[in-house]
Design a protein around this ligand. Structure first.
Ligand code: GLP
Length: 253
């Protein structure tokens, strides 16, 4: 179990007063984030009190408060009333199971939500036609949603579905996969491509993270049992909230 003194010592080695630029609270924010990213502080560990951090590091309580508040807004820390400030849980997602966002969040005891940003029906762009194996210009249904868990923004998703499988975006209430299931078109297999990106101005704002924060870009093409593509979704997950877990086994030869 990590002690307050260990955390303070670790922060001291980062010498926030003489390292980096920008306001002091931003530098403390980055240092605290680094302590978490380096695994010194782990999920559910308590942070030292605002007063202890301020006294021990020789900085003002306002600076500490601003840094903590920014990390709460980023979703890195959670404040529990009367108990203190803790490292927030990360959502772990297994790579091998094909699940929906709604299922993933419910499994983790969180309340999934979606805020609609766009619902349209239109003609497939060349990129969409290629991803969905459609002739150019075929009609598609498009959904752009901010996905939330316990009201906290988690990911921005842009899904494109052949209109033949989903006649209108209004068919979707909370879950796209539930809507597809009603038409017996729930995907059975998917291919995912992941890469690291940075959030730019607009996406950062929608997700409530600082400009230039880490993002995990995921592209999913999913298929019906007979191999017909049913979904082409581009998602930007908050890099600080999502862990993808891949189970691996040694070749049994
Ligand atoms: C995940 C996938 C998306 C998929 C979505 C469906 O987030 N990355 O490709 O469209 O789940 O989730 P739901 O059924 O909750 O809308």
């Amino acid at each position: 179990m990590i002690t307050t003194q260990d955390i303070i010592e670790n922060l001291r080695t980062r010498d926030i007063e003489n390292t980096g630029n920008g306001p002091l609270y931003r530098r403390l924010q980055s240092a605290l984030k680094a302590v978490i990213d380096d695994g010194v502080l782990q999920v559910d560990d308590a942070l030292p009190s605002e007063r202890d951090l301020a006294n021990e590091l020789g900085i003002s309580r306002v600076t500490v408060r601003n840094a903590m508040r920014a990390l709460v807004e980023e979703g890195v820390l959670v404040q529990r009333h009367g108990a203190g400030t803790f490292v927030a849980p990360r959502v772990e997602q297994a790579l091998s199971r094909l699940t929906s966002f709604t299922e993933d969040m419910i499994t983790r005891g969180m309340d999934p939500g979606a805020i609609w940003l766009e619902k349209t029906v239109g003609h497939a762009s060349p990129e969409e036609a290629m991803a969905l194996n459609l002739s150019p210009g075929t009609e598609v249904t498009r959904l752009r949603r901010l996905r939330t868990a316990n009201d906290k923004p988690m990911a921005l998703e842009y899904a494109v579905i052949p209109r033949a499988f989903l006649p209108s975006p209004d068919e979707v209430d909370k879950s796209l996969y539930d809507a597809l299931a009603k038409y017996n078109k729930k995907p059975e297999r998917a291919l995912q491509r992941l890469r690291a990106e940075l959030f730019d101005g607009e996406t950062a704002k929608i997700l409530g993270v600082p400009d230039g924060s880490a993002a995990l870009y995921i592209e999913r093409r999913s298929f019906l049992a007979n191999g017909t593509p049913v979904e082409f979704t581009r998602s930007y997950y908050r890099g600080d909230s999502y862990d993808f877990i891949a189970e691996m086994q040694v070749d049994a030869r």
